[in-house]
Design a protein around this ligand. Structure first.
Ligand code: AMP
Ligand code: ZN
Length: 119
């Protein structure tokens, strides 16, 4: 998909906007949310611009699978406590009514000791 000139997360992938990077490979980029809700708050994005979960197709199944497999590993590595006492939340806001503010698909990976700011 095209990289819109005005997409903040495409700019983060390109290094045009700084971020606190946690992980990167050919397809994925993971960084700390600038306004964390909790002790751990990561954003996991595909490098390719996909606007939202409403835009995914069969061709994205493997990519989304990789994201879901990677998320628990990074959650633990970044300080989430182990299941079941610990754990984490994976969240993907989609569209205006879903609460999506940045229109480049991202998984929030949120965890750590409570209380959290939200959620
Ligand atoms: P959403 O409402 O799901 O679209 O969430 C967008 C998230 O992106 C919010 O939690 C913001 O705090 C986060 N965010 C926005 N700009 C940046 C940035 N430059 N670096 C890191 N996180 C950001
Ligand atoms: Zn983008």
């Amino acid at each position: 998909m095209n990289h819109p000139d005005n997409c903040i997360f495409c700019k983060i992938v390109a290094g045009q906007i700084p971020s606190k990077k946690v992980y990167e490979d050919e397809e994925l980029f993971v960084f700390h949310d600038i306004h964390p809700w909790a002790p751990v708050h990561l954003l996991m994005i595909p490098k390719a611009h996909i606007a939202s979960m409403a835009h995914v197709g069969d061709e994205h199944a493997a990519l989304l699978g990789r994201m879901m497999v990677l998320a628990p590993k990074l959650a633990l590595a970044q300080g989430c406590n182990p299941y079941p006492e610990g754990g984490f939340r994976i969240m993907t806001n989609t569209g205006a009514e879903g609460g999506q503010e940045v229109h480049h698909l991202h998984l929030h990976v949120i965890g750590g000791a409570r209380p959290w700011l939200k959620g």
